[in-house]
Design a protein around this ligand. Sequence first.
Ligand SMILES: [Zn+2]
Length: 667
Amino acid sequence: MKTNTILWVIFFSCIFTANSSLLFSEVADFILFNGKIITVDAQDNIYEAIAIKNGIILRVGSNQEILKFDGAGCKRIDLHGKTVTPGLVDSHFHLMYWGQQFWPGYLNIRHPAVTSKADLLNLIKEYVKKLKPGEWISGNQGFTLKMNETLDRWDLDKVCPDNPAYLRHCSGQYSVVNSKALEIAKIDKNTPNPHSSRIVKDSTGEPTGILMHYPAENLVGQFAPGYGELSEEEERESIDRGQKLCFEAGYTSVQDVIVGNFNDILLYKKFADSSILKVRLYALLYINNEEQANNVAQAYKPINTGRFTFGGWKLAMDGGLAARTILMYNKKLFASSQSYPYFEQDELNRIVKILHNTGLQVAIHVCGDEGIDMSINAFEQAMQANPRPDPRHRIEHGLFPSLNAMQRFQKNKIILSTQPQWITWYGDSYSQMTDSSTMRRLLPLKTMLNMGIPLAFGCDVPASTYQEPKWAFFGATIRKSAQTPTIFNPEERLTIQEALRIHTMGSAYASFSEKTTGSLEPGKFADLVIWSHDLYTMAPCEAIELNAELTMVNGEIVYTDGKNVVTSVDNDHTILSPDIRLYHYISPNPFSKATSINYQLQTAGRVKIDIFNSLGKKITTLIDEWQEAGNHSCEFGVRNYELSAGMYYYRIQVGERTESGRLLLIK
Ligand SMILES: [Zn+2]
């Protein structure tokens, strides 16, 4: 008995010693210090510094607490007071398709290239001069028109009679094609409407060239360059372009809410597995009809690799305001004058039930009040028939909910995933296309937040003009039009703290990833952004100048504008406490011809920099002079000395302080 007790004591003290020595000797991979770390944790704590190890947040705290984790091999960034937040999570994105918009084979018709019908027709007129008859005019997504302007096949025929043209509206809710394109797709008076779509026809039954919603658009799109099947290489390029744009904007996780087929889901996974996909991606498979819902329900299981998640299903119930296809009870509104439900209620109920029963998430694109109610009806009946603990079904966009609808969001814990930038950019045209009582219900974000409805933000490019999250912040916190002085329902403004929390934790929650992303807390993925401005103290109107300066996913820098310098110290030769450390870095290192030693002086002082070989023999003194405070740099070029490849040392002395480190010469 006694021996056992002793063994246990020894055992426990071993654990304790091992743990405590680990705590005090652990070296981080990366440290960001001397800044304002907005954690978005439950208490909204703000710290000075953060330490990262193996892609995971090790600790947040004061400079003193975090610099203990500095050491050999640790990279560090002195933030000089700058603000860091969790990487933003975008709840409504189209990753591959956004990257594809910049494919050189498209005619670029996006804003600002085209803002009116005249712009578009002039652009095509010039473009067609370079084409041979029969060659396609395939536009990216897409054009915008002025209010009350319409476009049809006969408008296009005037500028491109001999070349088929496929042009998508920027909203992605409709396309316009010319007569040549209709001919190629064999669409005429007798062609029936595909499910949930319309081939718009004039009073004589002749197709006008306007194709409403994806299935009708695809009748022509399948022939247009850039819209049919892409090669794996082309898809890889699109994903790469798309994720670069995400990182520049400050998104570290995005949710691709329209993946057209399961092959693309598998392709995303493959690219995630081979580290081509660096942005964290959550994907929903688009479901066109009941038959497809039945098929997928049998076949597919969730996927979650940490980098890529296949999370469920996406449906659409109505279109958009520009297409006049939002499903409102008031059909007299211009915005709903062409509207029709993409599914009848019974059919929608059946489909949602099938998809809900897979155990995965269901998201429905819907803007109008009638469509929102129909979607909630379907969620409610599926959830009642088969209660699941935490289904987190979602409404995408949800522009004009009634009070009753909001109460049902609340009761059923349905997520609203939406785009506040639409208030800024489209609020004026929404006003013109609806009426004042409808506009009073435009995205009542504060009311919904106060009701405890889970909210998530996304930019929805390419359907939106801009991808930067600053427009979500501006739209949500100011609710002002970009074009006029109008402020839409100022009582629904959020604070920047609320908007940031929605764009991080809220959107993470919408993809079941709030335990691993969305805030800067120990144990979570090290996904973060250094910003040009302090989000919490900038004037609201300054939001439009906000830029991501550096973006990190999993502790890896995936984007930098170069303003934040990464340094590192080799602990072999640096025995200094953090408070007297001289900040410096060597670049490049290793080097072959020359390298520069960059350093920062907090105050003016005498600076001496020496270079030694591996035996400690001095090779040269690079600098020995009085220098002003500020950033300095001095070059060490090898051509003046006969040096062989290998390890060298530098030593910087500033007054009493000394820094030293290794230089690796390679030939
Ligand atoms: Zn979208």
